[in-house]
Design a protein around this ligand. Sequence first.
Ligand SMILES: [Zn+2]
Length: 215
Amino acid sequence: MWYLHHTPWWLRALFAAGCTWQAPAQGGQVYLTFDDGPHPEATPLVLEALAAAGMQGTFFCIGKNVDRYPELYNRILAEGHAVGNHTMLHANGRHTSVEDYLLQIAQAGQRIGSNLFRPPYGQISRRQVAALRSRWPQADIVMWSVLSGDFDERKSGTYCFAQVERHLQPGGIVVFHDSTKALPRLREALPMTLQYLQSKGWQSVAMPSVSVPLV
Ligand SMILES: [Zn+2]
């Protein structure tokens, strides 16, 4: 698997039309995001760590997991975090027709009341971006500036934190995962990240969103 921890300008330019790679940076704001939940072990761990640090995050949820763990989905909202749509079954844009891709977003949209959308695997074609934007003009397609790599079983939590430390700037968007696969690294890297943000005087805030779902 090939990936970059920091997305360079040329990669962003490929997706330039209508994707968010950075967000407002007022007052040292950054955006920690958590994909693939809700998850019975990882999501509470994240919620407790964020609450202890007095910070907020954005959770890109899979529709199927919202059905499995509705109480965790509601807890995310009740604790003041933002949610986003991550498709119904974690569709890979590369292997999914435009029609099926929109269908999976609409199914997740019936469960997730948000205009934020993150493509699973970061895989979305220009045609899919265009179709999504035309059907849902309110959609904000959120990519990232820093990939922690917590999904990578070859890496350690310390290594994932080091990527954050190296690449994160105010306004940056960091990807973590509240999933079984990422848990061993998340458990280590998230507390280190929160402590680092505090040492820099930076604050993780929820991504701006509107509760107009993609249905
Ligand atoms: Zn995902």
